[in-house]
Structure formats: structure tokens, C-alpha cells
Write a protein that binds this ligand. Structure first.
Ligand SMILES: [Zn+2]
Length: 401
């Protein structure tokens, strides 16, 4: 049977070559013993080695490595060293952490707690960034002595700083922390990480003279309001294919997700909250992530259009408009060619005008479908006369399922 590696012997071999603090020595054996801190493991190993050396020395058989090992143990072995060699041992800093880790773990949790509170959060998660040279030294040591049960310094920092910051009244949340704080070793910096807040809901617009541009969302009063509310620095929109100027968005509205960058506010307003600004509103709804991932190619826009055609009777307009139902349309709008299906067209005659409910694939433009500019087929084309949409309202954007 293969001989099981003895941790005390392994630790002796390591300390005969490298000075290590209790914590860094213990971490190399982190898989051994339950419920111990690495500092306790390291101290236990040092004490075992110390007593072995002492016992051997009392029998007149102090091992050749005693001087080096006791020196590399640091403070723990000072007394015995003095007794055996008649002088004080040379002071050596920890090979891995340069004697910085204990002090770091003392002072950093308070910085983390301050950072979380400054960001207005109560739950947090610690991320760690460790100087690559420190990591390299630790890896090299594990490889040199074939130590397979160690833990990384990064993992110890995350765990210990997290545990101590919790003791300061914060709560760790692995799935959805209010703030992720990145701590850097050895500098001791603690930086809250910018995070992205998603707010999903239904967008509606009562004013015809405003529109929300998916490309420049920050120029709109509603998005300015969202930026201000969430103390964010950037905003993006998912789910808004277009918000036409001149067209109100009513009824079911447009499902959208606002992505707010660098947000200082930890969570979206509760479902049902209505955020309003200058004739536009967002009614907050459900799970932001699900809405943001929705397949836009399967959405349909439902419009109410009031149509007038010079030289055509309302009855002719109604007939022609309703014949668009089920037709596939190709449109060239703003240099792009799109195609889609007109799903529904149902009209009512109201005096000289015709009011139509038209639903069409989201890619298609309803104004062009009526006027004929770049659209085949179109209402103007079918009538042979110029038709215009006098007034249009978007009644909803819905998913085809
Ligand atoms: Zn150390």
C-alpha cells in the first residue's frame, strides 16, 4: 500500500526551505481537519513540529534542519530557538503573503461594509483580486511539495472577508447581491463593482410629439427620469423596435426592458409601479430577464388607423384595406428591406373616414403600408389613389405564440 503523506512531515519539509505565516502554512493543508481556520491549522502544525524538535533536542538528537525550520516558523518558535542556539532567530517575512494577510483580513471587512452602505445596499458578495506574483508563489510551493489538499489564497480571502463583513451586520447573497465589492490583495482596496439594473414593464405614450429612440434613449424625458431615480449613469433599451413620432402608444403598450448602468439603486421598483414623465409612462412588470430575452421576431403590432383617401369612397377604402389581411408585404424603409405578414385588417366607416384595426408583424411599418412609400402591397397601391393615415395609435405589441 502506498504510504499516506504525513502533514507534519510535509510541513517540516516546506518550513525547512520557506518561511511562512500560520495562515499561509495552514492554507496548504486546508482540506485536513473540519471547522478549523487556516491560521489554526498552521499554528497546530508549527506546534507539532516544535515539540518534535524539542523532544529530539532533549535526547541530544536535534535534527540538522532544526535551525532553519525554527527560524522559518517565526514568532512561535522564538523561545525554543533562543534556548537551543543562544541567540534570537533572524526575522523572515512570509514567503507567500509577505506578512500582509492577517492585517489585510483585519482591516478589509470594515472597508467592504462601508462600501456596501455607501451604495445603499444590505446584501453583498466579495470578489477578490490577488497580486499574480503572490498566486504564483503559492502555486509553485504546492507543486514543489506535491501538496494536493490546499486552498487558494483568493478563496480564503473571499471567504474570510465575507464572513467578517457579515459580522458587521451585512448579509452575503450569492445569487443577487445588492453590491459586489472587489477587494485587492495586498493593497487593501475595496471597490464596489458597477452593476446593471434591469427594469421591465409596459411603455405607453400619450403625446404624439415625443418619441423614445432606441439608439439615443438618454435624450428622452422618461429615460431621464429613470436615470435620476436609479442614480445610474447609462441607459439602454431592449425590446423597443421603434417608437414612432405622431403615434400614441396606448392600451397594452410596448413591453420593454430598460438597462441601467452604474446604478446605485439595488433593485427595480415593485411590480405595478408606474413611472411617469411628460406624457409617457412605464408600468413595471415581472421578471426583467425573461422579457429582455423575448424573441422580437415573433411580435405583432396592433394599430388603430384613421384613414382618408382623396377621390375614393369610404366603402372602397374599407374593402381595399380589409383585403390586405393575410398578405405578405415587402417594405424598403430608411434603406432597409423588411418583409412580414399583415395579420389582421378590420375597418369601420366613420363619416368620411375609415377607422381600421391593423395588426402586422413588428418589422413592418403601418404608415408605409397605408401610404405606399416603399411598400408592396399598400393601400394606396390597391386603390390607385393616395391614402393617408390621418391619425394612428399603437394599441399593443403582443407575442405570437
Ligand atoms: Zn502568509
Amino acid at each position: 500500500m502506498e504510504r499516506v503523506a504525513d502533514p507534519v512531515e510535509q510541513a517540516t519539509a516546506v518550513l525547512s526551505k520557506y518561511p511562512l505565516c500560520d495562515r499561509c502554512l495552514g492554507r496548504l493543508f486546508a482540506g485536513l481537519g473540519r471547522g478549523l481556520s487556516n491560521a489554526e491549522r498552521g499554528r497546530a502544525l508549527k506546534l507539532s513540529i516544535l515539540m518534535r524538535i524539542h523532544a529530539a533536542a532533549l535526547a541530544g538528537q536535534a535534527p540538522g534542519y532544526a535551525k532553519e525550520v525554527l527560524t522559518n516558523m517565526g514568532q512561535t518558535a522564538e523561545g525554543l530557538y533562543e534556548q537551543l542556539f543562544g541567540s534570537r532567530p533572524e526575522r523572515r517575512a512570509c514567503y507567500i503573503c509577505n506578512d500582509k494577510l492577517d492585517e489585510f483580513l483585519e482591516s478589509t471587512p470594515e472597508k467592504v461594509a462601508r462600501a456596501v452602505r455607501e451604495w445603499g445596499g444590505t446584501t453583498f458578495l466579495v470578489g477578490a483580486s490577488v497580486d499574480p506574483e503572490v498566486v504564483q508563489r503559492e502555486e509553485k510551493l504546492k507543486a514543489e511539495f506535491k501538496l494536493a489538499l490546499g486552498e487558494s489564497i483568493k478563496s480564503e480571502i473571499k471567504r474570510e472577508v465575507g464572513k467578517r463583513a457579515q459580522a458587521l451586520g451585512l448579509r452575503v447573497d450569492f445569487a443577487r447581491p445588492d453590491v459586489v465589492v472587489l477587494v485587492r490583495f495586498p493593497s487593501g482596496d475595496a471597490e464596489p463593482q458597477p452593476r446593471r439594473l434591469m427594469i421591465s414593464g409596459v411603455y405607453r405614450k400619450l403625446r404624439r410629439d415625443l418619441s423614445l429612440s432606441p439608439r439615443e434613449p438618454s435624450l428622452n424625458p422618461l429615460t431621464s427620469r429613470l436615470l435620476e431615480m436609479t442614480q445610474s449613469s447609462r441607459v439602454g433599451i431592449k425590446g423597443l423596435v421603434r417608437d414612432e413620432r405622431g403615434v400614441r402608444a396606448l392600451g397594452l403598450g410596448i413591453p420593454v426592458t430598460f438597462l441601467l448602468g452604474g446604478s446605485r439603486v439595488r433593485s427595480a421598483p415593485p411590480e405595478g409601479t408606474v413611472i411617469e414623465s411628460e406624457g409617457a409612462s412605464l408600468e413595471v412588470k415581472g421578471d426583467a430577464a425573461a422579457v429582455a430575452d423575448e424573441d422580437l421576431s415573433r411580435r405583432v403590432r396592433v394599430y388603430r388607423c384613421v384613414i382618408y383617401a382623396e377621390g375614393a369612397s369610404p366603402a372602397e377604402v374599407k374593402l381595399a384595406a380589409e383585403s390586405l389581411k393575410g398578405r405578405e408585404a415587402r417594405q424598403k424603409v430608411m434603406g432597409r428591406t423588411v418583409s412580414g405578414v399583415v395579420r389582421e385588417a378590420a375597418c369601420n366607416i366613420v363619416g368620411d373616414l375609415v377607422e381600421c384595426l391593423i395588426s402586422l408583424d413588428e418589422k413592418l411599418y403601418v404608415m408605409e403600408l397605408v401610404s405606399g412609400r416603399g411598400s408592396e402591397p399598400s393601400l394606396s397601391g390597391l386603390l390607385g389613389k393616395e391614402a393617408t393615415c390621418v391619425e394612428a395609435d399603437l394599441l399593443g405589441v403582443i407575442s405570437l405564440r
